[in-house]
Design a protein around this ligand. Sequence first.
Ligand code: FES
Length: 129
Amino acid sequence: MDIEQQALTLPQTVSDRQMYNVTFKFEQQGLEPVTIENVQPGYSILEVALDNNIELHHNCGMVCACSTCHIYLEKGDEFMPEISDREENFIDRAKNPRINSRLGCQCVLAAGSGKVELVVPDQSLIHGE
Ligand code: FES
């Protein structure tokens, strides 16, 4: 059996089947969209960004106590936890909040798979880490 045949016969694990494609678009001029493939459930959008060298501030250390990880979620809302009152309160303090605003550290990918698209606000306008 050659390598190609072996790959076809290996059993799929849960993590093989549950994968997301996450596309980051940027408000900042000159930055092209980036799609991160094969992202496993359980990671937050902020973690996916940081793991892939995408700048997204996170002043409070991902505990929903700031608004610097603010993003605009364009696609994939159904894969995220419902927005909490606390998250909403901090979104209200973000720059230019919109109806699809979320905090990147609170958008943890649920079990499943699909496509997620979001826009990262211009990070040069945000002070912090
Ligand atoms: S890092 Fe502070 S709310 Fe997300």
